[in-house]
Design a protein around this ligand. Structure first.
Ligand code: FES
Length: 102
């Protein structure tokens, strides 16, 4: 079942950028977009690359290895060479702390 895991201070999520955290033994990427925070797996579904090393434009994260792009809101793979969507996780902000449901 789902558990809310403390991830990072809200102030440490960069605006219009991505940061990786470890939460519940997993690597999670957190994105700050338009004042909202989104969470996905940090590993690309296509290969051995970390999305925290990629480039965020609006709601799209571009993988640094083959430039595949995902929508950080729903994990949808937006272009080739991606075939598989990315896992996303619900986010909750409480008392200045970001919690992720894993
Ligand atoms: Fe991410 Fe290939 S590893 S697009």
């Amino acid at each position: 079942s789902m558990q809310w895991i403390k991830a990072i201070a809200r102030d440490d999520v960069p605006e219009e950028d991505v940061i990786a955290v470890e939460a519940g033994g997993r690597e999670i990427a957190l994105y700050g977009v338009d004042g909202e925070v989104y969470a996905t797996d940090n590993l690309c579904t296509h290969g051995n690359a970390r999305l925290c090393d990629g480039f965020l434009t609006g709601h799209e994260i571009e993988c640094p290895l083959h430039q595949g792009r995902f929508d950080v809101r729903d994990g949808r793979a937006l272009c080739s060479p991606l075939r598989d969507n990315l896992a996303t996780y619900p986010v909750r902000i409480e008392d200045g702390v970001v919690f992720v449901a894993l």
